[in-house]
Design a protein around this ligand. Structure first.
Ligand code: PMP
Length: 404
C-alpha cells in the first residue's frame, strides 16, 4: 500500500498555489515532478563531486566517475539487463531512437521495410521516416482500432522477412494503451527483425525486464520517471551494440585516433561521445531508488485506481468523450467535450490551478485517426489523489458551462 500523504510530502512543488488555487498537476505524461531526494542529489553533486568523468586521475574526477558508473549498474539491475555496458546514458528517449535509426542505415536496404505503429509519438515516427528515405525502404504501420488498441492480426499480415526493425511504444502517451510488446518482440524475432521499444511512458509506471522481454533495444527518459531533464537510457543487446556504428564522433568514444584512422572504444563508451550529462546520469540512479522505495507494484495498483475513478467521474459529464479505451491502459485520460476546443478547456482549468495538456501530444496521426484537432489529456501519477480528480471534474464542468 502506498501512503499518499507521505508520498506527497516528498514533492515540494505540489504544495503551492497556481492562479490562487492549490496546484493539481495532471501533466505527468509530459514530465514528472521531482521528489526532494532527487532535488537534493542534484545540488549535492555540484556541491561535492562535480568534475569531468573517465579521464581524471584526481580524486573528484574519480568520485564523479564512480557515482556515474554506480548509477549505470543500478539502472542495469533495475531493468534486468544482462550487462551494465548494455546500458547507455543518453539525453532522453528521442536521442535513443535517433541513435538506433541512424545506425540501422547499415542494416536496412532498398526494398526492405521498417515497421512502426499507428499510435507512435513523433519521435518514434520521424527518425524511421528519415531512415526509410535515406535507404529507400518502406515504412509499414500497424493499424489500431477505435479503442486505441493495435490490431494484431494486421500486424501479423504486415510481418515478413523484409522487415528489419520494428519500433513500437510500450505505452501510448496520448491514449494510455499498454501494447502487447512481448508478443510483438517474439513474432518479430521469428522473421529475423529487431525490435526497439519506446519506453518513455512505461519506465515510470511498470516493471521492465530486458531479459524477459528479450527486446533488442529499449529507450526511456529520466525526466518522466522522477529524474532530471536531459537524462535518459538506451538499452541495447550487446551483440547489436557491437554491430551498430557509433552515433557521434568525439572524445571519450575512441580507443586511438590518428589522421589516417580512428578505432573506437569498448561499450558503452563507443556511444557516449563528449562530456555527458554527468549529474543527470548520477541522479537518474537516485530517482530509480526513489521509485523502488515506493514500489512499482504499489505505484501501478494506485495509478490504476486513479484511472478507474477518473474515467468513471469524467464519463459522467454529458458530451465528454474519452479517446483510448483499451482493455490494458495506464493512467492517461484523453478527452474532448462536444463542440468545445480542447485548448479552451485547458486554459480555463489552468485558471483553477489544474495543469492538463491540450493539443496533439506529438501524435498527430492519432488525432487524425479520431478526426479531432487535439484532446485534453489528464495523466495521473502516484502522487495524485482522487480529491484532485474531483477538482478536475468540477473545473471541466465549469469550463463546459462557460464555453457552451
Ligand atoms: N515517446 C513517447 C511515448 C513519449 O511520451 C515521449 C515524450 N512525450 C517521447 C517519446 C519523447 O521523449 P523525450 O522528449 O523525453 O525525448
Amino acid at each position: 500500500m502506498l501512503d499518499i500523504n507521505k508520498v506527497r510530502a516528498d514533492f515540494p512543488i505540489l504544495h503551492q498555489k497556481v492562479n490562487g488555487k492549490p496546484l493539481v498537476y495532471f501533466d505527468n505524461a509530459a514530465t514528472s515532478q521531482k521528489p526532494q531526494v532527487v532535488i537534493d542529489a542534484i545540488a549535492d553533486y555540484y556541491e561535492t563531486i562535480n568534475a569531468n568523468i573517465h579521464r581524471g586521475v584526481h580524486t573528484l574526477s574519480q568520485l564523479a566517475t564512480d557515482a556515474y558508473e554506480i548509477s549505470r549498474k543500478k539502472i542495469q539491475k533495475h531493468i534486468n539487463a544482462k550487462h551494465s555496458h548494455e546500458v547507455l546514458f543518453t539525453t532522453g528517449t528521442t536521442y535513443g531512437i535517433n541513435l538506433v535509426a541512424s545506425g540501422f542505415s547499415q542494416f536496412v536496404k532498398e526494398g526492405d521495410a521498417v515497421m512502426i505503429s499507428a499510435m507512435e509519438h513523433h519521435s518514434n515516427i520521424v527518425p524511421w521516416q528519415m531512415l526509410c528515405e535515406r535507404v529507400g525502404a518502406e515504412l509499414l504501420v500497424i493499424p489500431m482500432n477505435e479503442k486505441g488498441e493495435l490490431i494484431m492480426e494486421e500486424f501479423e499480415k504486415l510481418l515478413s522477412n523484409k522487415v528489419k526493425i520494428i519500433a513500437v511504444n510500450h505505452i501510448s502517451n496520448s491514449l494510455g494503451t499498454i501494447n502487447p510488446v512481448k508478443h510483438i518482440i517474439d513474432k518479430a524475432h521469428s522473421v529475423g527483425a529487431a525490435v526497439i521499444i519506446d519506453g518513455a511512458q512505461s519506465a515510470p509506471h511498470l516493471h521492465i525486464d530486458m531479459q524477459e522481454l528479450d527486446c533488442d533495444f529499449y529507450t526511456f527518459s529520466g525526466h518522466k520517471a522522477c529524474g532530471p531533464t536531459g537524462s535518459g537510457i538506451l538499452y541495447g543487446k550487446e551483440e547489436w551494440l557491437n554491430k551498430l556504428p557509433p552515433y557521434q564522433g568525439g572524445g571519450e568514444m575512441i580507443k586511438e585516433v590518428t589522421f589516417e584512422k580512428t578505432t573506437y572504444a569498448e561499450l558503452p563508451h563507443k556511444f557516449e561521445a563528449g562530456t555527458p550529462n554527468i549529474e543527470g546520469g548520477i541522479v537518474m540512479g537516485t530517482a530509480i531508488d526513489y521509485l523502488n522505495s515506493i514500489g512499482l507494484d504499489n505505484i501501478q495498483a494506485y495509478e490504476q485506481e486513479l484511472l478507474e475513478y477518473g474515467t468513471q467521474k469524467l464519463q459522467e459529464i454529458e458530451g465528454l468523450k474519452i479517446f483510448g479505451t483499451a482493455q490494458h491502459k495506464t493512467s492517461v485520460i484523453s478527452f474532448n467535450i462536444e463542440g468545445i476546443h480542447p485548448y479552451d478547456i485547458g486554459a480555463i482549468v489552468d485558471k483553477m490551478g489544474i495543469a492538463v495538456r491540450t493539443g496533439h501530444h506529438c501524435t498527430q496521426p492519432v488525432m487524425d485517426f479520431f478526426d479531432v484537432p487535439g484532446t485534453v489529456r489528464a495523466s495521473f501519477s502516484f502522487y495524485n489523489t482522487k480529491e484532485e480528480i474531483n477538482a478536475l471534474v468540477e473545473a471541466v464542468v465549469k469550463a463546459k458551462r462557460m464555453l457552451s
